[in-house]
Design a protein around this ligand. Structure first.
Ligand SMILES: Cc1cc2nc3c(=O)[nH]c(=O)nc-3n(C[C@H](O)[C@H](O)[C@H](O)COP(=O)(O)OP(=O)(O)OC[C@H]3O[C@@H](n4cnc5c(N)ncnc54)[C@H](O)[C@@H]3O)c2cc1C
Length: 329
């Protein structure tokens, strides 16, 4: 029996979707290791403890709540110290977190503090005897690497969207704990948080992403991408680096090797060539639809459905079709 500790990521006082994915992964790992408990740690401002019920519904047995006014923004030093402190006390087999901006920061800090091996950007977790075996896409998603982690405690960060959050109908015991290090004494201070596009889900959490490339020809044609995203109702808008470098979209929209890595249920690539650096950020999407006027564009090699045509004609027609399909349901 081995317990697993999860960092349940929040934004402000709200749980992020990848927190539920991490709890789901931890639940499966605990079950595969002989049925241990899943303990989640949630840290944030006053009120963040309200997330506990949801964490229980996705498989947590215990939720440690760290509430502190100075935790409204991501206070990495205090959270890493608190997680490490908890991990040392609980006899855990693994600490699981999301491979998000927060997870990328916390994971290595934790591995050092715990002197534990770490596997980042993991898409699958298995148990083989005493070892934990994970899959992790490498070389810009060109290969899938299998890693075997030995050691009594390991740190794993899970790629957002790679593991589907699943309810596990448990009810968690909730315990309030103090931060191990005063968050207001942090040496890294978040001065400002600039919100992305209002009214749209975050790229890492959206079930549908509509992304545009240079094939749209001009910044103003990006409204076609916005309109298709609006038609889906739950879609985020993404872009290639060519587009963000040209200032058509903010850099926060960039998907790819040097942008965001996403795995939505549906990825619609509009006027995107499919350069290897772009594919690095989206090829693990569950279903990929590509629209390009060049039938030999590399994006079609990873697409499940392809439309060869001019985006300025195809996209408005697709938007009309999506609206009609949604209206008839
Ligand atoms: C170190 C490094 C890191 C990088 N990181 C990233 C990254 O993170 N993300 C990223 O996206 N890129 C990244 N790039 C850039 C990448 O190599 C490509 O240059 C970029 O992805 C191309 O963007 P694009 O597909 O929008 O443009 P293009 O490659 O110019 O493709 C435009 C496509 O639109 C099609 N098209 C043109 N007109 C129409 C039309 N009317 N209707 C339909 N289709 C049309 C064309 O056939 C073409 O396939 C990186 C590059 C380097 C060197």
């Amino acid at each position: 029996m081995a317990n697993v500790l999860v960092y349940a990521e929040t934004r402000g006082a709200a749980l992020r979707k990848l927190a539920l994915e991490a709890v789901t992964a931890a639940r499966a790992l605990a079950d595969a290791s002989g049925g241990g408990e899943v303990h989640a740690l949630v840290a944030g401002p006053s009120g963040v403890g309200a997330a506990s019920e949801q964490l229980g519904a996705y498989g947590a047995d215990v939720v440690y709540v760290v509430e502190h006014a100075a935790l409204s923004n991501f206070e990495r030093e205090s959270i890493a110290a608190t997680l490490a402190d908890r991990a040392k006390q609980g006899g855990y087999r693994a600490v699981v977190l999301g491979f998000s901006t927060q997870g990328r920061d916390l994971g290595p800090r934790l591995a050092v503090k715990l002197d534990a091996p770490i596997a980042s950007d993991v898409t699958e977790i298995n148990v083989a005897g005493d070892a934990i075996v994970v899959k992790h896409p490498g070389y810009a998603n060109k290969v899938l690497v299998t890693l075997t982690l030995s050691g009594s405690l390991v740190v794993l960060s899970v790629r957002p969207g790679a593991i589907t959050a699943k309810q596990a109908a448990r009810s968690a015991r909730v315990e309030s704990i103090q931060p191990a290090v005063d968050p207001s004494a942090s040496r890294v201070v978040v001065k400002q948080v600039v919100e992305g596009a209002k009214g749209r889900p975050d790229l890492g959490e959206a079930p549908v992403i509509v992304a545009g490339g240079r094939g749209l020809k001009a910044a103003e044609n990006f409204k076609l991408v916005e309109e298709l995203a609006d038609a889906f109702g739950n879609a985020a808008v993404g872009a290639t680096r060519a587009v963000t470098d040209d200032g058509w979209r903010p850099h926060s929209d960039q998907i790819g090797q040097t942008g965001r890595q996403v795995s939505p249920q549906l990825y619609v690539a509009i006027g995107i060539s499919g350069a290897i650096q772009h594919l690095a950020g989206m090829r693990t999407s569950k279903t990929i639809v590509a629209i390009n006027k060049d039938k030999d564009a590399p994006i079609f090699k990873v697409a499940d459905y392809g439309i060869v045509g001019d985006v300025l004609e195809v996209v408005p027609a697709l938007t009309t079709a999506v609206k009609a399909a949604r209206a008839s349901h």
